[in-house]
Ligand binder design. Structure first.
Ligand SMILES: Cc1cc2nc3c(=O)[nH]c(=O)nc-3n(C[C@H](O)[C@H](O)[C@H](O)COP(=O)(O)OP(=O)(O)OC[C@H]3O[C@@H](n4cnc5c(N)ncnc54)[C@H](O)[C@@H]3O)c2cc1C
Ligand code: FES
Length: 292
């Protein structure tokens, strides 16, 4: 085998860059040339940090097919994301599968609102960038609990014709939620041809209820629990209208007006006791007794 091929294989999945974007969110730039070559907006990877780790899905926030890198941005919410966040530059992710999922449907719609909350901005950015490249007028609405929690603000500004911010505490932009900004813009006469929303399920549900009576096509990127990412285990089952779909192969993007958000929220809670117990034992170093 040529030396360059051996080196490429040894370096695959190696972390080249690590950044802390805010107290809860980290960025990893990883050498993964095969994934970078094929990646498209809206797609994701499923990774295992170590050989015995759980598999977790993370969106491809950025990629560069020329230098063979992909960028993942993730919030440390539980055991697996915290474990991933402990890896340092030079270390390798044990297993990285992708790109998975259907790419976003990018075309020239006209005026598009990109609505994102918290770490959802990492999912929204590649979609907003592609929509801008397709000559849409992109109006971005970004929300966070406070001004210190925004991520990718310069990147989102660079792909937006207009950008608005909301914070729960009013420390940046409009006080309140992204949905309030969307309602304000619609009330002022903005005519959107498409709304793309990503964030917590209740936020996406609220966006869907604003756009439904106005008949605005609305796409959401869903985040159900995933295991294999291949359409075989059924973990990511979501109800879309009268149909059952698997978000890993049929999504993760769906028509917001057809999504059963109540069921999505319920299914996300399926392993809450186990997730809390794992968090407890990680914090205390002892088996958890409070979440039996
Ligand atoms: C297609 C897809 C793309 C995703 N992209 C990103 C991304 O780019 N960045 C990012 O930070 N996260 C992303 N997620 C969510 C991420 O996969 C979960 O946060 C992660 O699996 C949690 O694992 P954990 O062991 O750290 O936490 P757990 O212990 O499993 O969970 C901790 C807490 O997070 C909640 N949780 C667990 N899984 C999810 C989930 N899928 N969505 C929302 N809440 C969840 C649990 O209910 C619990 O309250 C994505 C999910 C999907 C399905
Ligand atoms: S993750 Fe198993 S079917 Fe989608």
């Amino acid at each position: 085998m040529p030396q360059t091929t051996i080196k490429k294989e040894l370096d695959t999945n190696k972390i080249l860059e690590k950044q802390q974007l805010n107290p809860q969110v980290k960025l990893l730039k990883i050498y993964a040339p095969t994934i970078a070559q094929k990646a498209q907006p809206g797609q994701f990877v499923i990774l295992k940090t170590h050989a015995n780790s759980e598999r977790i899905p993370l969106t491809l926030a950025c990629w560069d097919k020329y230098d063979g890198t992909i960028t993942l941005i993730f919030q440390e919410v539980g055991y697996s994301t915290t474990e991933l966040g402990k890896l340092e530059v030079g270390e390798r992710i044990e297993n990285l599968a992708g790109p998975l999922g259907k790419p976003s449907e990018i075309e020239k719609y006209g005026k598009v609102a990109v609505v994102c909350g918290g770490v959802g901005t990492a999912v929204a950015y590649p979609v907003a960038k592609a929509l801008k490249e397709a000559k849409n007028c992109v109006v971005s609405i970004m929300g966070a609990r406070n001004k210190d929690l925004f991520i990718l603000t310069p990147e989102m500004i660079s792909v937006s014709d207009e950008i608005y911010f909301s914070t729960d505490d009013g420390s940046k932009g409009q006080k309140g939620f992204v949905i309030d900004v969307l309602k304000t813009l619609v009330g002022e006469g903005y005519k959107f041809d498409l709304v793309f929303a990503v964030g917590p399920p209740m936020m996406m549900n609220a966006v869907a209820e604003v756009t439904r009576p106005l008949g605005i096509k609305t796409i959401v990127s869903l985040n159900p629990i995933m295991v294999d990412g291949m359409g075989m285990c059924g973990a990511c089952r979501v109800s879309i209208g009268e149909t059952i779909q698997f978000a890993c192969v049929d999504g993760p993007e769906f028509d917001a007006h057809q999504v059963n958000f109540k069921e999505l929220v319920q299914r996300l809670k399926s392993y809450q006791t186990e997730e809390k117990a794992t968090q407890c034992s990680v914090l205390t170093g002892e088996p958890c007794t409070c979440h039996p």
